[in-house]
Every structure is written in structure tokens, then in C-alpha cells.
Ligand binder design. Structure first.
Ligand code: NAD
Ligand code: TYD
Length: 350
């Protein structure tokens, strides 16, 4: 089977590519990524020379390029992760999110539809990776299930909600074999340091203020990224066509509690007196339209397909801190922008 994975040089996509390349030598994995600021080929240096892996630089929004790619590569499946993913950026530039997340997804759906409908077609699956943010915001109680009504509040979540609707529409209208999953907040290695946890690690390490929006009372349900990649593997191989699965860690934390825990872990790892890093916490202006609470009910995934998170938060957070401390060069290259030269240096000459 030849599988197109989009967005594979980003945070979650790189873990999914790595898992598929390493676990399924019988598959051919094509990683398509535009390499925006969020795409970093250094996330995948450990597998870049494997015989069942190929990287292609390209834009999911370029209809002609995507049609040609499908025609030449004859994919049997797509796992679609490419997206603009940062809520704060979506507030500054909503249109970019509509273009990539909505139009880019519809472009891919069109190419997959053609591949599925052509004579002698072997196309099996279009797996769309989405977020729990499409469901909106919870009060103190309750959890998102697969039947919770969509109620997105940020331009990011509105664009992802729209893309989910298009994926379902292609299933209902053209019988395209689709699967969707909606996952809670991820954390772990290779997370771009604009998101809360890697930003805090980076700032604490460099003795810079750690910005906490509002009073830090917003709640997120954190899942270790490798558990998300495992869930994608399970769903890709076993979910019924047309189905949706929520993915989450049953692991709700107030932002301020995550940051305080991180500060304490960092003090211990850096040999600083306990309490040193907490002094860096800086409460700043709240995000506009900031969703109060996300919590995922992932019981359908456990019941139907036997998936459960395997990494406890304390253990996952500590290993994430260790990863960032041991991969200082990765972090330095990301913050300096050097990582963006790697494609030219390594790939262009091939
Ligand atoms: P990311 O921002 O780290 O990576 C996105 C990748 O997509 C980058 O490599 C980028 O270069 C690529 N990309 C962007 N625009 C492109 C285009 N036009 N053509 C081709 N490639 C393009 O994102 P992430 O955090 O890894 O998220 C991956 C997916 O998972 C997204 O669809 C996101 O909505 C979803 N998701 C993320 C989380 C999370 O906590 N990060 C949780 C649930 C779902
Ligand atoms: P983020 O990592 O951007 O993910 P998302 O907005 O998709 O949940 O933010 C996680 C939470 O942390 C969210 O409630 C916003 C908050 N936050 C801060 O308090 N400070 C920050 O600097 C950032 C980036 C986020």
C-alpha cells in the first residue's frame, strides 16, 4: 500500500510518519509538506534514508500539483495532517487558515475522489486528522463525545470544523471512504515552541518570562503525542469507513497547574533551588474568544478498537523536558530559523 501522509514534517505528522515507516516496512510512505514555518525536516533525520520513505515538498492548496501527484504516485490511502495549527496565528490571520485548512483539504478530497472513482481504482481510505476544538468550549462539567454538536469559536477551530464537514460531505455525496478523528491537545518532542508547553520549557531554560493568558484557569486535556500517533495507527487500520473517533488522555489540567509543574520539573533538572522558575510566570492579556475547557470522552475508541493512552502525564512531561534539554541544537535551530535551510542542503541536491 502506498500512503500519502500530509504535514509529516510538523509536530504530530512527524511522529505518525516515523511510526508508519518503522512499523510497516511493507508500505510506501510519501510525506508531503510545504515546509511552512511549522515544518522541519530535522524532525525526521532518523528515518529519512529508509527505503520505504519519500519526502515531497509541495502545497496541498495547489490543485494542479496535487492532481499530478495522485496521478503519478497512485496512492491507496491518505492520512491528512497538514494544516495551520496555532490558534493565536489564526486570530491574526484567519484567511490563511481558510486557505490551508479548508481549501487545501477540499483540494486533496478532489484528488482522492478522482483516484477512488477511476477505473480499476484501488483507493481505500482518506483519514482526516482533526481536533477536539471543533466542539467548542465546555463549562465545569461534561465531555465531548463523537455526537457533540460542532460549535467552534476561533478561526482555527472554525476552519478545522469546516474541513471535517467537507470530509463527511465527500463520503455522503461521492461515497469516498473516509475516517475522521478529533484529538485533544498534544505534547511531546518536536513540538514547535510557540505552543504552551514547549514555549514554557524554552523560556524557563533561558530565564525569560513565561506568559500565562488571563488567570491561567483554562483547562486542556493533554495527550502524549506518541499515544496520538498510536491511536491514528489503530484507527487507520481498524475503523469502519464513515466513522469518527475522539482521542484523548482523560487528563485535564488548568494551564497554571501545568506551568507550575513544569517549573518544578525544570528547577530539579537544571539544579536550581525549587521555586526559582515559578518566579518567571507572568500573567498576560487573555486570548480573544479563549475556550474555557476541553475534555474528551474517548470511550468509543477504547470500546471498539481497544486503544488507551499509555503514558501518564507526569512521566510524559518529564520525558518531554528531558528531550528538550538533550536536544538543544534542535531548539536553537528552530528559534534561530536555521532549520529552514535543511531542505535546500539535503534534498535539493539529490
Ligand atoms: P504543525 O503546525 O506542527 O504542523 C503542520 C504541518 O503542515 C507543517 O509541517 C506544515 O509545514 C504543514 N503545512 C502547512 N500548510 C501546508 C500546505 N499548504 N501544504 C502542505 N503542508 C502544509 O501541526 P500539528 O500540531 O502537528 O498538527 C497536525 C494536525 O493535527 C493538524 O491538522 C491539527 O489540526 C491536528 N491536531 C493538532 C493537535 C495539537 O495538539 N497540536 C491536536 C489535535 C489535532
Ligand atoms: P496552545 O498550546 O496554543 O493550544 P490550544 O490553544 O490549541 O489549546 O495553548 C494551550 C493553552 O495555553 C490555551 O488555553 C492557551 C494557553 N496559552 C498561554 O496561557 N500562554 C501561551 O503563551 C500560549 C501559547 C498558550
Amino acid at each position: 500500500m502506498k500512503i500519502l501522509i500530509t504535514g509529516g514534517a510538523g509536530f504530530i505528522g512527524s511522529h505518525v510518519v516515523r511510526l508508519f515507516v518503522n512499523h510497516y516496512p511493507q508500505y510506501k510512505i510519501v510525506n508531503l509538506d510545504k515546509l511552512t514555518y511549522a515544518g522541519n525536516l530535522k524532525n525526521l533525520t532518523d528515518i529519512e534514508n529508509k527505503p520505504n520513505y519519500k519526502f515531497i515538498k509541495g502545497d496541498i492548496c495547489d490543485a494542479e500539483f496535487i492532481q499530478n501527484l495522485f496521478a503519478t504516485e497512485n496512492f491507496q490511502a491518505v492520512i491528512h495532517l497538514a494544516a495551520e495549527s496555532h490558534v493565536d496565528r489564526s486570530i491574526s490571520n484567519p484567511l490563511e487558515f481558510v486557505i490551508t485548512n479548508v481549501m487545501g483539504t477540499v483540494n486533496l478530497l478532489n484528488a482522492a475522489r478522482y483516484q477512488f472513482q477511476k477505473e480499476g481504482a484501488t483507493f481505500q481510505k482518506f483519514y482526516h486528522v482533526s481536533t477536539d476544538e471543533v466542539y467548542g468550549s465546555l463549562g465545569k462539567d461534561g465531555m465531548f463525545t463523537e455526537t457533540t454538536a460542532y460549535d467552534p469559536h476561533s478561526p482555527y477551530s472554525a476552519s478545522k470544523a469546516s474541513s471535517d464537514h467537507f470530509v463527511r460531505a465527500y463520503h455522503d455525496t461521492y461515497k469516498l471512504p473516509v475516517v475522521i478523528s478529533n484529538c485533544s491537545n498534544n505534547y511531546g518532542p518536536y513540538h514547535f515552541p510557540e505552543k504552551l508547553i514547549p514555549l514554557a520549557i524554552h523560556n524557563i531554560k533561558n530565564n525569560k518570562p513565561v506568559p500565562v493568558y488571563g488567570k491561567g484557569e483554562n483547562i486542556r486535556d493533554w495527550l502524549f503525542v506518541i499515544d496520538h500517533a498510536r491511536a491514528i495507527d489503530t484507527i487507520f487500520h481498524n475503523a469502519q469507513i464513515g466513522s469518527t473517533y475522539n482521542i484523548g488522555g482523560h487528563n485535564e489540567w488548568k494551564n497554571i497547574d501545568v506551568i507550575e509543574l513544569l517549573c518544578d520539573i525544570m528547577d530539579q533538572k537544571l539544579g536550581r533551588p525549587q521555586g526559582t522558575s515559578r518566579a518567571l510566570i507572568s500573567f498576560v492579556k487573555d486570548r480573544a474568544g479563549h475556550d474555557l475547557r476541553y475534555a474528551i470522552d474517548a470511550s468509543k475508541l477504547q470500546r471498539d478498537l481497544g486503544w488507551m493512552p499509555s503514558v501518564q502525564f507526569a512521566e510524559g512531561l518529564e520525558s518531554t523536558v528531558d528531550w528538550y534539554l538533550n536536544n538543544d541544537v534542535w531548539l536553537q535551530e528552530v528559534t534561530s530559523g536555521n532549520y529552514q535551510n535543511y531542505y535546500e542542503e539535503q534534498y535539493h541536491k539529490r
